[in-house]
Design a protein around this ligand. Structure first.
Ligand SMILES: *Cc1c(COP(=O)(O)O)cnc(C)c1O
Length: 731
C-alpha cells in the first residue's frame, strides 16, 4: 500500500545524515529498537540502552541513535559478552516483534486501508524528537502511543522543526535566555520517505508566489507511522527552507505558511503515499487549511459540483478538537496576509470569490474587518467539534455561539467534549510499574482498562509498599535536583536558581510541592508569592517544613512572563527559602518525568475557566502524587473530595473583580496548606507511616489512573467522534 521504504529494506540513503556502525551480531536488535519510539514507553527496552553506558545515556539525553554512535567499541563488546544482558535483550526483542506483528483492528470504517489521519503542529513523543513545546504536543504524542497500543489504524502528520523549541537558561540576574539547537546534529530516529524508485518524495505547495517544496521524514511510534514535513531542501529559496525552522518562533506570516505546509502539504503527502483516510482529525486549528485542500480535490474531480457540495463532502470526513478556552488563544491572521499567502488560482479552484474565501475564517462572515481565524474555519468545515474537558466543552459552546444561527440555545451549540488523558506506560514511573507487576500481575496494563478491576487491585496493595515506592521516587527527585542544580551552578550567590552548596538542597523527608507549567499570565505563578511572609513560615517551620520545586518556560517574546520569572528567581528571602525552593531550568519531558513522579503534591492555580484541561496533574496522580488545584479543567471531573485537594470556589471568575478572586484563591491556597495538607502529611502511625496520606494516595491511584489515561481518551475519540455520523453536542 505504501511506497515509503524503511531502512531495514533500503539501507542506501546516500546521505551522511546516517551513521552506520558495526554492532556485534548478538546485539543487532539495539539498532532495530533505536528506530522505533516503542522503547520510550517500555522501560525494559529503555534500560537496554541505559545499561550499555548509563553516563553516556544521560549525556546523549536518552537519544538511542546518538548513544549508538558515541558508544565505545569496548563497551559494546563488553555487553555482547554479558550473558545476562543478552538474555534481557532477546526477551525484549521477542516482545517488540510480537507487538509489531499484531494486525491492526478494524473499527467500522476505520481500517488499515482507510486509517484515521491525525494532524497536529507539534508532537511530544520523546525529548530526542524535539518538536513540541508543551501540553498540546505531549497530548498528541500520548494519543499516538495509545493508538499504537490499542491497534488503531491511524497515521499521523506533522512538521519537523529543524531548530525545534528553545532551550531555557536563566542568567545571573534571573532573566530567561533562549538558545536553539540544530536537531539534525543529533541523529534523529527519522527515515527519509522515499518513492518506489528510491528517490525522496517531494510535495509542493504554492506559497509566497512560488512553489515551495517539502520532503518528508518518518518516525515509528510503535505501530503508528508519524510523517513529518520539512522544507529544508535544496530546491527551495533560503527563506523557504526556514519555514519549518522553529516551532512557534516566527511572525504571523511564518505561521500561515507553516500551517499551509502542514494542512495542504500534509494531504498531498498522504496522496503520494496512496493513503486514503476515512477521517481527518484536526488536533487544534493549525491544520485547518487541510479542509480547503480536500475541497479543491473534490471540485477537481467533480466539475459540476459547487463549493457548497464540497463543504458537505469535506465535513463528512473531518473532525476538530479545540484546545483553548480564550478567544485570544486561537490563531487569527490579518486578511491581507491571508490573501498574500493564498494565490488567486486556489481561490478560483474552490469556485468562490475572494470575499467568500475570507469569510470562511470569520465568526461573522459579513464583517470585513474581522481577522481570519483557524478555529472558525475548522468549525465550519468539520462535522464534529470538541473541547478537552466537560468544562471546556461548555466554555467553547459559549465562545463560538456567535457562529450559529441567532437564538440557538447555548446548550445546542454542536461542540462536545472528550476529556484529555495521559499515556500510563509513558508516565508511570518504573518502580510503580514493577510494583504493579508484582502485586497485580504482568498484565496490570490490561487490568487498568477495567475501572472496577483496577480499583480492587490497587486497594489490595499494602500501604507500606506504596509508601516505599513513593519514597524511592522522591529520593530520585532530590538527587536529580541536586545534580541539575550542581551542573548549572555558578556559586555566585544564593537564589533558588544558583547555589553554593547543592548537597544541602532539598530533603526527601520534607513535604514536597511541585509547580511546573508555562509561565503565562493565566497560570498565576504570582499567586504563590502573594504573601511571602506566610510562605516563608510554611517553608521554614522547624517541625513540619514545606519545599517547592518550580519549572517552566516563558514565551521568548513575553516580557511580562519573564519579569515574573525573574521575581521568583531573585527573591532573596531567607536561608530556608534558598534551601527549600529550587527552579529547574529547561522544563521538558525529562524534567516533567522526575517532577510528576517524585513530588507529594502537584499544585495548579489557573484563573477559572482558562485551563482547558491540563494534563500534568494527571501524570502526578498516576504516581501517587496528590493534586492541589483550582477546580478547573480536568480537576472538576477528577476531584471527589478525598483524592486530593481543591483551591477556592468552583464558579467562574468571568465577571468578578480579578484582584478579589486572586486574594480569595491565595487565602484558600495558604489556608488549605496550613490546616489540611501539612498536618495530614506529617501525621504518622506507630510504624512511621503517614496512613491518612497513603489512604489519599490510594484513592487518587484508584479513581484517576483509568479515567485520565489516554487509552480511555482514544477509545472515546473513536466511539464518540471518529465513528459517529452526526454532529454531536453535550446534550
Ligand atoms: C504534561 C506536560 C505539559 C502539560 O501540562 P499542563 O498541565 O497542561 O501544564 C507541558 N509540558 C510538559 C513538558 C509536560 O510533560
Amino acid at each position: 500500500m505504501q511506497s515509503a521504504a524503511s531502512p531495514q529494506t533500503e539501507p542506501n540513503f546516500n546521505s551522511d545524515f546516517y551513521f552506520q556502525r558495526e554492532i556485534p551480531e548478538n546485539l543487532a536488535f539495539l539498532e532495530t529498537l533505536s528506530w522505533n519510539f516503542f522503547w520510550s514507553w517500555n522501560y525494559e527496552a529503555a534500560n537496554l540502552f541505559r545499561e550499555l553506558d548509563s553516563q553516556l545515556w544521560e549525556k546523549c539525553e536518552q537519544n538511542p541513535r546518538l548513544l549508538l554512535r558515541e558508544i565505545s567499541e569496548l563497551r559494546l563488546w563488553q555487553k555482547a559478552a554479558d550473558a545476562d544482558y543478552v538474555e534481557k535483550l532477546n526477551s525484549t526483542a521477542e516482545k517488540f516483534n510480537d507487538y509489531l506483528a499484531a494486525a491492526p483492528n478494524s473499527l467500522g470504517k476505520i481500517t488499515a486501508d482507510h486509517p484515521a489521519a491525525y494532524f497536529c503542529a507539534e508532537y511530544g513523543v520523546h525529548n530526542s524528537l524535539p518538536i513540541y513545546s508543551g501540553g498540546l504536543g505531549i497530548l498528541a504524542g500520548d494519543h499516538l502511543k495509545s493508538a499504537s497500543d490499542l491497534k488503531v489504524p491511524l497515521v499521523a502528520v506533522g512538521l519537523i522543526y529543524r531548530f525545534g523549541y528553545f532551550r531555557q537558561k536563566i542568567a545571573h540576574d534571573g532573566w530567561q535566555t533562549e538558545t536553539y539547537l540544530d536537531s539534525f546534529d543529533n541523529q534523529l530516529a527519522l527515515f527519509p520517505v522515499l518513492s518506489e524508485n528510491g528517490e525522496r518524495i517531494l510535495i509542493k505547495v504554492h506559497i509566497r508566489g512560488r512553489e515551495v517544496f517539502a520532503q518528508a521524514w518518518l518516525a515509528h511510534i510503535g505501530r503508528i507511522k508519524l510523517y513529518l514535513l520539512d522544507t529544508n531542501v535544496e530546491e527551495n529559496a533560503e527563506v523557504d527552507r526556514l519555514i519549518t525552522g522553529h516551532l512557534y518562533g516566527g511572525d504571523t506570516e511564518t505561521r500561515i505558511v507553516q500551517e499551509k505546509i502542514l494542512g495542504i502539504g500534509g494531504v498531498r503527502l498522504l496522496r503520494q503515499l496512496q493513503i486514503e483516510p476515512s477521517v481527518y482529525h484536526l488536533n487544534e486549528g493549525h491544520s485547518a487549511f487541510l479542509t480547503l485542500e480536500l475541497a479543491r480535490e473534490f471540485l477537481q474531480k467533480n466539475s459540476d459540483a459547487s463549493f457548497a457540495d464540497a463543504i458537505a463532502e469535506v465535513r463528512e470526513k473531518c473532525v476538530f478538537t479545540t484546545h483553548t478556552p480564550v478567544a485570544a488563544g486561537n490563531d487569527t491572521f490579518p486578511p491581507e496576509q491571508i490573501e498574500d499567502c493564498f494565490d488567486a488560482n486556489l481561490i478560483s479552484a474552490l469556485k468562490i470569490s475572494k470575499e467568500e474565501f475570507l469569510a470562511l475564517g470569520r465568526t461573522n462572515p459579513d464583517d470585513a474587518n474581522e481577522w481570519f481565524g483557524m478555529t472558525p474555519l475548522a468549525i465550519r468545515m468539520a462535522r464534529s467539534a470538541n473541547g478537552v474537558s466537560a468544562k471546556h466543552g461548555a466554555v467553547s459552546r459559549q465562545l463560538w455561539l456567535k457562529m450559529f444561527p441567532e437564538e440557538t440555545p447555548v446548550e445546542d451549540v454542536p461542540i462536545t467534549h472528550i476529556t484529555n488523558g495521559v499515556h500510563a506506560p509513558t508516565w508511570i514511573a518504573p518502580p510503580f510499574q514493577t510494583l504493579y507487576e508484582k502485586q497485580i500481575g504482568k498484565n496490570w496494563q490490561e487490568i487498568l482498562k477495567d475501572e472496577a478491576a483496577w480499583r480492587t487491585a490497587i486497594e489490595k496493595i499494602p500501604d507500606a509498599e506504596i509508601w516505599r515506592t513513593h519514597r524511592i521516587l522522591k529520593h530520585l527527585l532530590v538527587a536529580f535536583i541536586r545534580h541539575r542544580t550542581f551542573s548549572s551552578e555558578t556559586g555566585l550567590r544564593e537564589t533558588i536558581n544558583e547555589h553554593q552548596d547543592t548537597q544541602q538542597l532539598f530533603s526527601p523527608d520534607v513535604l514536597t510541592i511541585g509547580f511546573a507549567r508555562r509561565v503565562a499570565a493565566y497560570k498565576r505563578w504570582n499567586l504563590i508569592l502573594s504573601d511571602v511572609e506566610r510562605l516563608l513560615k510554611l517553608v521554614g517551620d522547624a517541625e513540619k517544613p514545606v519545599q517547592f520545586v518550580f519549572a517552566g518556560k516563558a514565551h521568548p517574546q513575553d516580557k511580562t512572563a519573564k519579569a515574573l520569572l525573574q521575581k521568583l528567581m531573585t527573591l532573596n528571602a531567607s536561608p530556608e527559602w534558598q534551601r527549600r525552593a529550587v527552579f529547574v531550568e529547561d522544563y521538558d519531558q525529562e524534567v516533567a518525568r522526575y517532577l510528576v513522579q517524585g513530588v507529594d503534591v502537584w499544585l495548579n492555580v489557573p484563573i477559572r475557566p482558562m485551563e482547558a484541561s491540563g494534563t500534568s496533574g494527571q501524570k502526578a496522580a498516576m504516581n501517587g502524587g496528590l493534586n492541589f488545584s483550582i477546580l478547573d479543567g480536568w480537576w472538576i471531573e477528577g476531584y471527589n473530595g478525598t483524592n486530593g485537594f481543591s483551591i477556592g470556589a468552583a464558579d467562574d471568575a468571568d465577571d468578578a473583580d480579578e484582584a478579589l478572586i486572586d486574594a480569595q484563591d491565595a487565602e484558600s491556597l495558604y489556608q488549605t496548606l496550613e490546616t489540611e495538607i501539612v498536618p495530614a502529611y506529617y501525621q504518622t502511625d506507630e510504624n512511621g507511616l503517614p496512613n491518612e496520606w497513603i489512604r489519599r494516595m490510594k484513592d487518587s491511584l484508584t479513581t484517576l489512573t483509568h479515567q485520565f489515561s489516554s487509552d480511555r481518551m482514544v477509545k472515546d475519540y473513536i466511539e464518540k467522534i471518529y465513528l459517529s455520523e452526526n454532529l454531536v453536542s453535550d446534550k
